[in-house]
Design a protein around this ligand. Structure first.
Ligand code: A2P
Length: 268
């Protein structure tokens, strides 16, 4: 599957796809998204992550990235932070269409539908680039086959950082494949913490106060009704996980499905 990639100075390592950048979009000086060609043989489950790198060294630096596109998409999409001195992102943030991105052939991860037991409602709780795996899952028909109601929460520092998620939510409604399936069943709940916005506050604060449930007109987390996926910074995960556990939900895994799952967002 190297046919579409431009020649590079360094050989492509074994077990790695070399794919072409299709498009890049910058949201802020901290966040950008990009799409690459998808190798025909590459299969993944919505919500999984993969290791990506650049062909700019004999031994390229690889970092974990959640795949933001759904499993049916012909391209692969990623949503990334830009870290000025990040070993990968200092270079990755400069990619342009037709550049080559390396992707290891095996995807993995715990934010998958298989890791949750059946229930009525799925919560996808994210901060920052932690929305990426949910960008995939919210566009997967299987999510709506398994859950009656799907709620995505996304909290960022400022309004500009919410644009990626807002566009996704709007795109879902208009999507010919999934729009009808998701209609009336998907809710996007976006908040900021450092800039004025109609809804403000950390998700932990909104859960603790009960405001989240009041705003969405649903009952608080209940193991009989709710399943939760959590993705954000290490601190965010620790705090949201602790809160979710106070409602009696237990953590699941691929080999032991249960009531909530967590994964750390890529940080640099
Ligand atoms: P805050 O602005 O109060 O730090 P970051 O981009 O630094 O990962 O942050 C993304 C969002 O996650 C911010 O709105 C931030 O709020 C929030 N956040 C950071 N730490 C936590 C935490 N421990 N629990 C919940 N939300 C958090």
């Amino acid at each position: 599957e190297v046919g579409s990639a431009r020649p590079t100075e360094f050989p492509i390592p074994a077990g790695v796809y070399a794919e072409r950048v299709v498009s890049v979009r910058h949201y802020t000086d901290r966040l950008f998204s990009f799409r690459i060609t998808r190798p025909q043989a590459f299969r993944f489950r919505s919500g999984e992550f993969v290791m990506i790198g650049l062909p700019n060294a004999e031994k390229p630096v690889f970092r974990a990235y959640s795949i933001a596109s759904p499993a049916w998409d012909e391209e692969i999409e990623f949503f990334s932070i830009k870290v000025p001195d990040g070993p990968l992102t200092q270079h990755l943030q400069k990619i342009q269409p037709d550049d080559t991105v390396l992707m290891r052939q095996k995807s993995t991860g715990t934010l998958v539908l298989d890791a949750l037991t059946p229930a009525k409602r799925l919560w996808m709780i994210s901060t920052g680039t932690g929305i990426a795996p949910f960008a995939s899952l919210m566009r997967d028909p299987e999510t709506y086959e398994k859950f009656e109601q799907v709620i995505l929460t996304h909290t960022c520092r400022d309004v500009a950082e919410l644009v990626y998620g807002n566009d996704l939510a709007q795109g879902l409604v208009d999507d010919p494949l999934i729009g009808e399936l998701a209609a009336g069943r998907f809710t996007h709940y976006a908040t900021t913490t450092r800039e004025n916005h109609p809804k403000m506050g950390r998700i932990t604060t909104l859960i603790e106060s009960g405001q989240l449930f009041t705003d969405l007109e649903v009952q608080p987390f209940d193991p009989a009704v709710d399943r939760v996926m959590i993705c954000g910074s290490m601190d965010m995960i620790r705090d949201v996980k602790a809160l979710v556990e106070t409602f009696g939900l237990t953590e699941g895994a691929n080999n032991k499905p249960a009531e909530f799952v967590v994964e750390r967002a890529f940080v640099g």
